[in-house]
Design a protein around this ligand. Structure first.
Ligand code: ZN
Length: 148
């Protein structure tokens, strides 16, 4: 990454890890506990799906490293209000973005693309993908997600 991008990446991660957006729990929502034991990251994701399966509301609580918490915060901002298909497409695009060089359509991911810097660090990939894995679980039966 260029120095400028590197700086932006640091800023976004710092900002979201210090002031996470959409923090909390949704009563009556689908809850998924995600953890990444290799780093000690934990995420409790709450998702409320609308009648057509759209992401009506999404919140998280948890603790862990800056990347895991920033990624969760960014994710909730991007997925809120999206249709189920679009949300899953974004989750898939994010996973491709941080794990491979395969070109991928990142439309809708916004600032999230800055997290692609973790690609060089396999341990950090688990941190960054934790919340997204939890979301994918939530669209299924809402059980347990792990990036181990
Ligand atoms: Zn971590």
């Amino acid at each position: 990454m260029s120095d400028e991008l590197e700086e932006l990446y640091q800023q976004v991660i710092l900002d979201h890890s210090k002031r996470p957006r959409n923090r909390g729990e949704i009563p009556g929502g689908v809850h998924v506990q995600g953890d990444n034991p290799s780093c000690g990251d934990e995420i409790m994701l709450s998702v409320k799906f609308g009648p057509a399966g759209e992401v009506e509301d999404i919140k998280f609580t948890g603790s862990g490293c800056a990347i895991s918490q920033a990624s969760a915060s960014l994710m909730t901002m991007k997925l809120k209000g999206k249709s189920r298909e679009e949300a899953l497409r974004l989750a898939g695009a994010f996973h491709t973005l941080i794990t491979s060089d395969t070109p991928v359509d990142t439309t809708g991911l916004g600032d999230v693309v800055l997290l692609k810097g973790v690609r060089k660090f396999p341990q950090r990939v688990k941190c960054a993908s934790l919340a997204w894995r939890a979301f994918e679980q939530a669209t299924g039966d809402g059980t347990k997600a792990t990036t181990e």
